[in-house]
Design a protein around this ligand. Sequence first.
Ligand code: DGJ
Length: 384
Amino acid sequence: MIIKFQLFLLPFFCVLFLKAQPNKQFTPGEIWNDNNGKHINAHGGGILYYNGTYYWYGEHKIAGKIGNSAQVGVSCYSSKDLYYWKDESIALKVDEDPASDITKGCTLERPKVIYNAKTKKFVMWFHLELKGKGYYAARSGVAVSDKPEGPFTFQKSFRPNAGYWPVNVQPCHKKTVSPDVKDSYCGGKGCLPAPVDSVNLVGRDFKGGQMARDMNLFVDDDGTAYHIYSSEENSTLHISKLTDDYLSYSGQYFRAFVGRYMEGATLFKRNGKYYIIASDCTGWAPNAARSAVADQIFGNWTELGNPAIGTDSETTFRSQSTYVLQVQGKKDSYIFMGDRWTPDNPIDGRYIWLPITFENDAPKLYWKDAWSLKSDERKREREE
Ligand code: DGJ
């Protein structure tokens, strides 16, 4: 009788079990719920892999246009499998003190975290714009924590490499800066006279530090960390080597893609080569991505074109790059992470995660309504 009763209950338990199983698929552009059943709130994000766990950091947005400014801080989520994410709450909180650089209402974008094995500190970098000053400050912010999930303590905000010339400085940069070089241009394509070096922005910002907006971090195999960011009024990418403690700039930096207006730059390594996937510079509106390869991080970089293929490739599937994740324990598995921004209601922004396929060593992105690491692995095995 008891056995019969248990058998009767079996389908019920099966349904409960299946419901509790997280969805083992990525569904780009759809609502992506966390462990609390809430859409993940980590925009312009990046991933740290530490001690068997992935940590996803990103901008915590709120509803309405005000959500484009930092009202809360930087979110952190953790995951073992990349599909199912646990909300670890706010890793870095904005400050209520109006005198703080990261006071509530500042613009705090694209946070990324790396772990420093020497100091045993988790180090967060982000793009910071001071409250009420538009996008003119163009600073880097740094925060530190003893634990991956935080709380992170804000350290400083500053402009990169004050008093240092780039490793590939041109004679034109070292000439006296003409007084008509404006303090700030609009930061979009078409605002600067061409060619970019005719206005010598590197020279203009030599003393006070170079501009730093959209940014990413990359740690090389030897533990050297690099900061990549849109500089010179967004016209040119700078790649800067950080100090050993990852808290400052070393003074060594490289100018790449001069006058190409790249934003959302990602930096990653595959088979000994360095890759960049970035966007064009069109505000919140999506555009065609760019990709590039180099044998050395300080150049020379060769552009490889838009990695996105097929319908909607001219808008990178209506997304902008934010990070490229190398999946742990899988052969040749890289994930493109992009944001589908919704600036009128930023909290609703969606995540576009797609597997990267390499064709003749050039990264390619194909749209997928749904995919998994397993299906991607099987596809790569078939192609080998
Ligand atoms: C595009 C950048 O990629 C975003 O991070 C953000 O700064 C918007 N521009 C603001 O318009």
